[in-house]
Design a protein around this ligand. Structure first.
Ligand code: 5GP
Length: 188
């Protein structure tokens, strides 16, 4: 059995990665999303162990000391990291694993695991991104501004990724990502 593909799935906050991810997991049963650990507080509807493992900063730092992360980074005041062990177990089982992570984490993964495939999702326009972040209603105005500034920095680095996909329509964009993966796998 061949190993699974490690796919870095990145893009600005509010671009719709989460919705695309849910659609892709439904469409392709060989794909899984790695569940990250974060020090951010859960949003309404988020469940521990499903969207994230919600941990204290102390517990996060302990995981760093134990070398438990494939990558980790600080993003707008909170820490986020990918637990290493489950990812490698899934890859060994031939499962394709998505990491929904930000830019600094991607750079670490690219270094440690150069065979990863990286996909960056962009919004149809910057205005659309602001509307989506504001419409979500989960962050304060201050946090939205900081997330938009971070989004600009991230978008300026999109050339570092293997593929850039425009999320103009969730279904279309999700299918585009899946066909990229299929095409890579068919050549392996
Ligand atoms: P949010 O707070 O909106 O859930 O996530 C904020 C940002 O952190 C998003 O860009 C998301 O992709 C990223 N992120 C989520 N999990 C991880 C992780 O494990 N590592 C890194 N580096 N970024 C992550």
């Amino acid at each position: 059995m061949s190993k699974g593909l490690l796919i870095v799935f990145a893009g600005a906050s509010g671009v719709g990665k989460g919705t695309m991810m849910k659609r892709m997991l439904k469409l392709n049963e060989n794909c899984r999303l790695s569940v990250s650990a974060t020090t951010r507080l859960p949003r309404a509807g988020e469940q521990d162990g499903r969207e994230y493992y919600f941990v204290s900063r102390e517990a996060f730092e302990e995981l760093i000391r134990e070398d438990g992360f494939l990558e980790y980074a600080e993003y707008v005041g909170n820490c986020y990291g990918t637990p290493k062990k489950p990812v490698f177990e899934m890859l060994d089982q031939g499962i394709d694993v998505f990491l929904e992570i930000e830019l600094k984490g991607f750079l670490q993964v690219k270094k440690a695991y150069p065979e990863c495939v990286s996909i960056f999702v962009i919004p149809p326009s910057e205005e659309e991104l602001r509307l989506r972040l504001e419409g979500r209603g989960t962050e304060s105005a201050e946090v939205i501004e900081e997330r938009l500034r971070t989004a600009q920095t991230e978008m300026a680095h999109q050339h570092l990724f293997d593929y850039v996909v425009v999320n103009d329509d969730v279904d279309r964009a999700s299918r585009e990502v899946l066909s990229i993966i299929e095409s890579i796998k068919s050549k392996q």
